[in-house]
Design a protein around this ligand. Structure first.
Ligand SMILES: Nc1ncnc2c1ncn2[C@@H]1O[C@H](COP(=O)(O)OP(=O)(O)O)[C@@H](O)[C@H]1O
Ligand SMILES: [Mg+2]
Length: 467
C-alpha cells in the first residue's frame, strides 16, 4: 500500500473528495477541485477535509512540540547569506535567508535561469555549495550557459530531472546553501496524476520544497514562469506557499532588467534592483539613477525628468510624451511603463485646469529605460511632458518635477522632496518644481532649489521655457 494517496481539495472551501468533479459537493463552487497529496499518517490524524500541508503539519506536531526559549533562536538577520549580487541583495532585504523558499517569477526568456545560475556560481565561488536542478533544459544546455556567465565553478552541482522526489532527495542528501529548481512548472510528483505544470502539481512541488527548505538550512530558489494571466502558475497558487516572491521584469527586446519583490517575509517590498542583460549574463548597473536618463543633452519638447522614489532609492527617470493631431475616429492613447488610466486622468486635468485640450490629439507616453512607475508623484512630470509636447516648448534646463496632481488641478508635494532634490543635485539638476510645502523635516535643500507651485498652471509656468 502506498504511503501517500491523493484527494481532490476544493480551493475555495477546503473540502476534499476522493474523486474529481466539476462542482464542489460542499460549497457548490465550480472548477475548484485540485488534486492534492495526503500522507497516510496525516490522514489518520486529521480529518479528510484538511488541506495537505496543514494536515501534514498537524500530523507532525501531534506528538510533542519542541519549545525553544526565544533568546535561543537565531534570527534570520544573523544568518543571512549575501548573494554576491548587490542588486539582488537589495531586493531580498540583505541576502538569502537559510531555510527559506523564494519564488523567482518572470516571462519566459527574461533571464531567470541566467540570474539563478550566476547566483549559484557566485555562492559556490564564495565557498557555499549550491545545487542546480534543471527540469527544463538538459545538463549540457545548463553547462553551456554556465560557461557564458562564468558559473563553471567547483561547488555547483547539477541535477537534470523532472521528478520531485529526485529533487527532494538530492537536496536532502547534499544540503546545499542554495538549491535552484528550474522550473516549478516542469517538476512533478509521481504521487499525483496530473501533468507537470497543473495547479495541483505546482502546489505540491512548492509545498514539498518549502518543507525541505524549512527542515534544513538550504535556501530554495524556485523559478516560475508567468502565465498568460500575468501570475506565476495561476492566481495566488504559489505566493502564499513561499517566503518571498521576486519578479524579474523588463522589455524582452531591451536590456534593462528590474528585480522587484511582490512579497517578502524578510524585508521590504519597495526596493527595486536594476540589472542589464549582456552576453555574459546579468550585470549590476553601477549608477542606476543615471542609467534611466536617456541622454545628458539639453531637454527637448515632450520630455520631462522626475525623481521617482522606488523604495528608499531615488531614481531619475525621463518621461517622454508625444502629442500629435489625430486622424479619423477616436484618438489613440498608449503608454509604456505607466498606467494608461492615470494618463487619461492627467489629460483631463490638463484640459480643465491648464486650458490644454488634447481631445483632437493622439497621445503617447513612455517611461524611458523600461522602468515602470507607480507612484503618483510622477504626475507632474507626465503632465509637463504632455504640455511640453503640445506647446513645443522644452522644460527649462536643470529642472526636474515631482508632485501629485489632484482632480482639482492642485499640486501636492512629493513625499521626501529633500531626498529627491539631493539626488537631482547629484545628477546636475539645480531645481525641482513640486507642490507647496506641508511642513518638512530633515535637511533642507538650499533656498531656490525647491520651487513650490500651488497648481498645475503655476507649475507649468515654472517648468517650461518662456517664449
Ligand atoms: N548566447 C547568448 N548571448 C547573449 N545573450 C543570450 C545568449 N543566450 C541567451 N541570451 C539571453 O538570455 C535570455 C534568456 O535567458 P534565460 O535565463 O534562459 O531566461 P528564462 O530562464 O527567464 O526563460 C535571452 O532572452 C537572451 O537575452
Ligand atoms: Mg529558463
Amino acid at each position: 500500500m502506498p504511503a501517500t494517496r491523493s484527494v481532490y481539495v476544493c480551493q475555495q472551501c477546503g473540502a476534499s473528495s476522493p474523486r474529481w468533479s466539476g462542482q464542489c459537493a460542499s460549497c457548490e463552487a465550480w472548477n475548484t477541485l485540485v488534486e492534492t497529496v495526503v500522507s497516510r499518517a496525516a490522514n489518520a490524524g486529521a480529518n479528510a477535509g484538511a488541506r495537505s500541508a496543514r494536515a501534514r503539519e498537524r500530523a507532525a506536531s501531534a506528538g510533542s512540540a519542541a519549545i525553544s526559549p526565544i533568546g535561543g533562536v537565531s534570527s534570520a538577520e544573523a544568518s543571512r547569506l549575501p548573494s554576491g549580487i548587490g542588486e539582488l541583495d537589495r531586493v531580498l532585504g540583505g541576502g538569502l535567508v537559510p531555510g527559506s523558499i523564494v519564488l523567482f517569477g518572470g516571462d519566459p526568456g527574461i533571464g531567470k535561469s541566467t540570474l539563478l545560475l550566476q547566483l549559484a556560481g557566485r555562492l559556490a565561488a564564495a565557498g557555499h555549495a549550491t545545487l542546480y536542478l534543471t527540469g527544463e533544459e538538459s545538463a549540457s544546455q545548463v553547462r553551456g550557459r554556465a560557461e557564458r556567465v562564468g558559473a563553471v565553478v567547483d561547488g555547483v552541482g547539477l541535477v537534470a530531472s523532472t521528478d520531485l522526489a529526485t529533487a527532494v532527495g538530492a537536496i536532502e542528501a547534499s544540503a546545499p546553501a542554495l538549491a535552484v529548481v528550474d522550473s516549478v512548472q516542469t517538476f512533478a510528483s509521481a504521487e499525483l496524476g496530473g501533468p507537470a505544470g497543473s495547479v495541483g502539481q505546482v502546489r505540491e512541488v512548492a509545498t514539498r520544497l518549502a518543507e525541505v527548505a524549512k527542515a534544513g538550512a538550504t535556501c530554495v530558489a524556485l523559478i516560475g514562469h508567468v502565465t498568460k494571466e500575468g501570475t506565476v502558475a495561476g492566481p495566488r497558487t504559489l505566493e502564499h506557499l513561499v517566503d518571498a516572491v521576486i519578479y524579474l521584469e523588463g522589455e524582452r527586446m531591451g536590456t534593462t532588467r528590474l528585480l522587484r519583490a511582490a512579497k517578502n517575509r524578510y524585508g521590504s517590498t519597495d526596493e527595486v534592483g536594476v540589472m542589464e542583460m549582456r552576453s555574459d549574463g546579468l550585470v549590476e548597473v553601477a549608477d542606476a539613477s543615471r542609467f534611466f536618463l536617456e541622454s545628458d543633452q539639453p531637454p527637448v519638447a515632450g520630455s520631462a525628468i522626475t525623481i521617482a522614489l522606488e523604495g528608499t532609492r531615488p531614481l531619475a527617470v525621463e518621461i517622454q510624451a508625444l502629442v500629435a493631431p489625430a486622424g479619423y475616429g477616436s484618438p489613440r492613447r498608449a503608454t509604456t511603463g505607466i498606467d494608461v488610466n492615470r494618463v487619461l486622468m492627467l489629460i483631463a486635468v490638463l484640459a480643465r485646469h491648464a486650458g490644454l485640450n488634447l481631445t483632437g490629439h493622439d497621445v503617447y507616453v513612455n517611461v524611458a529605460g523600461g522602468l515602470r512607475i507607480e507612484e503618483p508623484a510622477a504626475d507632474l512630470a507626465v503632465a509637463t511632458a504632455l504640455a511640453s509636447s503640445l506647446r513645443e516648448r522644452p522644460v527649462r534646463e536643470g529642472t526636474v518635477l515631482a508632485g501629485e496632481l489632484s482632480l482639482s488641478g492642485r499640486l501636492r508635494p512629493a513625499a521626501r522632496a529633500e531626498r529627491r532634490m539631493a539626488e537631482a543635485a547629484r545628477l546636475g539638476f539645480d531645481r525641482m518644481v513640486t507642490g507647496p510645502e506641508r511642513g518638512s523635516s530633515g535637511a533642507r535643500p538650499p533656498a531656490g532649489q525647491l520651487v513650490a507651485a500651488a497648481d498645475l498652471r503655476d507649475a507649468l509656468r515654472e517648468a517650461l521655457v518662456k517664449d
